[in-house]
Design a protein around this ligand. Structure first.
Ligand code: FAD
Length: 697
């Protein structure tokens, strides 16, 4: 593509002069840098990618790019779309629907999927997680409430039985969970405690006389709250409660920590609420009203000893406790660790939502024409620089997240097979970080998409309202994002300490080994001034910038924590540095996302697709650097001239991406039934007519 930005051209040529002035030193430092930070992309490949991306007009082979993107599980997604949109259009969710009708419809949608379309998600939870996440993404795009309801049934309730229970539980419950006879809930959260799971107050006391546990809600704060499937459809609940064992000392009982128990809540035949259980409806929500969230109170509810999900801790007939894990903290970590699948699914589905929203917004922005030069046709609103600024980095991020969440799913599947400790650690931190980062980004982007479509973006039929309302809670459930980012920061600090004690680093953190070394020296004053397009678009520079920032944040927060701990204690010091820690976690996740994106660009077999991805990847990287330019400037990693060049190039790349924006959203390969917004139809010729028909013309 021709460089149509004269300012950029002149700045590039002047860069050349600046570099030439200093050539011998520059080369020496470059060599030194290459030694310290081996390049992720060999220089000859960088040139090839750049020359492709710089061609006069990028022509994208949508089919090939789409084939590269869609991965292995497209067939099952097509089966799901065919079922809901072709065979059973009566199961589609209308734009206007009451809460009660929506809940019933959602249940029928799920029953239809399992019993009529013959898709059995539970088998995938057990044996093929990547397939399960593909199913979840597809049903979520039919109706996000359906995606969440399915998640509650199979990933949360079913997953707790599979992952926290043992063979006896699997034998007894698998079939019923799979065929939806045993509908169930995952009852962890209480009125007074959500994120702080160790603060739960529900108790399960062992009664050795009857060989039962007695489940009790000791006060109003311990009422289980927000429990999906509880208000209407659930027959069982996995209840998280403190396990109390009788002792022969003065205390009388001993608290063994939070464990999970299967508690029947409704009669299997009559569906009546069982004795001792009180259920109320959490009522109408901001979104996801197809899911029946309820509140549960237990009054001395007796369940057999066998209902303890006993993989990480068991109680014998005579009331003795045993566990392969020695401390309460270890058992707690192992229990929660088994639940990361939900986070992986949310991160993955959130990218699906972002694809739908950005597709609608970009297609409409191409179609919509407003104003123009005097006496000339009006221009597409996507030709406005401000509009490109709103939507093109978002499109680039969507691609970036696509590849990183695919990677997360791969890693999660590997973890489920190998149980390798290093992979487990990596998946825990990566799933927490990506879930938090991606869902927060998508939530913000949904508002930007609505706004970028003007008034028509506000019509419910054009989807942004329901997408935004339904998706919003992705930031909170399965781990609040702010809390999850702290886990990532905590993990980074642990890795940092290990590094200085000579330990090994987990896979995703490996880069710290090199970048911490380069961090310890001051930024190079010569490279800080390099501003040529070739340099700024070199993935080695981009990754180095991301990793440098993370290393610096990590090193400085470690020093601050140490300093504040002396006076404030570790809790107070952590709180004093909290914003710093959150920035560190985000910075690390951005580095991981960029590294995956760069690898995915290189692996794309089709040259036209590779060039398009390279362009989009550069925009992702430079936009993020520009967003945080203050940090880079403060430490002189980037000199003023380079900061200016980064800004100019980011705007120019947005403009270049705009020119292939249609092909890039088409490559997401979302059928019109999935986007469903009249203003976001694939064929722009139809968009206005669909919309006018919808209102009755
Ligand atoms: C629609 C919906 C469905 C749900 N489904 C289920 C379900 O099926 N089963 C279930 O068990 N639960 C469910 N939940 C509950 C959900 O998991 C909790 O809402 C979530 O864990 C957060 O807990 P909380 O709401 O108590 O928020 P809190 O933990 O009270 O957090 C409130 C705010 O405080 C901040 N905060 C908290 N701790 C810290 C900290 N250490 N540092 C900094 N900031 C902090 C958070 O960032 C947040 O902004 C659901 C909730 C909703 C709304």
């Amino acid at each position: 593509m021709e460089c149509r930005n004269p300012k950029l051209q002149s700045s590039n040529s002047s860069n050349q002069t600046a570099e030439d002035d200093d050539q011998p030193t520059t080369r020496r430092i470059q060599r030194l840098q290459l030694h310290l930070n081996p390049p992720v992309v060999p220089p000859e490949n960088v040139l090839e990618l750049l020359s492709c991306a710089a061609k006069a007009k990028l022509s994208v082979n949508t089919q090939q790019l789409s084939d590269y993107m869609r991965g292995k599980h497209r067939d099952i997604q097509e089966r799901i779309f065919d079922y809901y949109f072709k065979s059973r259009p009566d199961l589609q969710t209308p734009v206007e629907i009451s809460m009660d009708e929506h809940r019933e419809l959602c249940m029928r949608q799920l029953l239809g999927l399992v019993r009529e379309a013959g898709i059995r998600p539970f088998g995938y939870v057990a044996d093929d997680p990547a397939m399960y996440f593909a199913v979840a993404e597809a049903v979520g795009s039919v109706d996000m409430s359906l995606g969440v309801k399915m998640g509650v049934q199979y990933s949360l309730w079913g997953g707790s039985v599979l992952n926290l229970g043992t063979k006896k539980h699997r034998d007894k419950y698998y079939e019923g969970i799979d065929n939806l006879e045993y509908t169930g809930c995952f009852a962890m959260t209480e009125l007074h405690h959500g994120s702080n799971v160790q603060g739960l107050q529900t108790v399960a006391t062992f009664d050795p006389l009857t060989d039962e546990f007695i489940i009790d809600t000791p006060n109003d704060g311990a009422i289980k709250w927000w429990i999906g499937n509880a208000a209407v459809h659930g027959k069982f609940a996995t209840v998280f409660a403190k396990l109390m064992l009788p002792t022969h000392d003065t205390k009388g009982v001993s608290d063994m920590g939070v464990h999970a128990f299967i508690v029947p809540i409704r009669d299997l035949k009559t569906h009546q609420t069982l004795p001792g259980i009180e259920i109320h409806d959490c009522g109408h929500k901001v979104g996801l009203n197809g899911v029946d969230n309820g509140a549960l109170r237990f009054r001395s509810v007796r369940i057999p000893r066998d209902n303890l999900l006993n993989r990480f801790g068991d109680v014998s007939r005579d009331g003795k406790y045993s566990s392969p894990l020695l401390s309460i903290n270890k058992r707690f970590a192992a229990t929660l660790g088994e639940l990361v699948g939900g986070r992986v699914g949310l991160a993955y589905s959130s990218v699906g939502v972002l694809k739908i929203a950005s597709t609608i917004a970009i297609r409409y922005s191409l179609l919509r024409h407003q104003f123009g030069p005097p006496k000339q046709p009006e221009v597409s609103i996507l030709d406005y620089q401000s509009h490109q600024h709103k939507l093109m980095p978002m499109l680039a991020s969507t691609y970036a997240f696509h590849f990183s969440t695919l990677y997360l799913v791969e890693k999660y599947s590997e973890m489920k097979k190998s149980h390798d400790e290093e992979v487990v650690g990596d998946v825990h931190a990566l799933s927490a970080g990506l879930k938090a980062y991606v869902t927060s980004y998508t939530a913000k982007s949904l508002s930007i998409c609505r706004e970028s479509c003007g008034g028509h973006g506000y019509a419910a039929v054009n989807r942004f309202g329901s997408l935004r309302n339904d998706h919003d809670i992705f930031q909170t459930f399965e781990g609040d994002n702010t809390v999850l980012l702290q886990q990532v920061a905590g993990d980074l600090l642990k890795q940092y300490q290990q590094k200085f004690q000579g330990g090994t680093l987990a896979v995703t953190w490996n880069y710290l080994r090199e970048s911490m070394n380069s961090y310890l020296s001051q930024p190079n004053p010569v490279t800080a001034r390099w501003e040529s397009e070739d340099h700024l678009r070199d993935p080695n520079f981009q990754l180095d910038a991301f990793r440098y920032r993370t290393s610096r944040l990590l090193q400085s927060v470690a020093v601050r924590l140490r300093k504040h701990s002396k006076n404030l204690g570790s809790f107070g010091a952590w709180n004093r540095c909290l914003n710093h820690l959150l920035t560190l976690a985000e910075s690390h996740i951005e580095s991981v996302i960029l590294a995956r994106f760069i690898q995915s660009v290189q692996s794309c077999p089709d040259p036209s697709g590779r060039a398009a991805l390279k362009l989009v990847c550069d925009l992702y990287a430079l936009d993020r650097i520009w967003n945080d330019i203050g940090t880079y400037r403060n430490v002189d990693y980037v000199a003023p001239n380079k900061a200016k060049a980064i800004h100019k190039l980011t705007e120019y790349l947005s403009f270049q991406v705009r020119n292939i924006a249609k092909e890039l959203v088409d490559s997401f390969d979302l059928p019109d039934e999935v986007t469903r917004a009249p203003i976001g139809m694939q064929s722009t010729a139809e968009a206005y007519s669909q919309y006018t028909q919808y209102v009755g013309f």
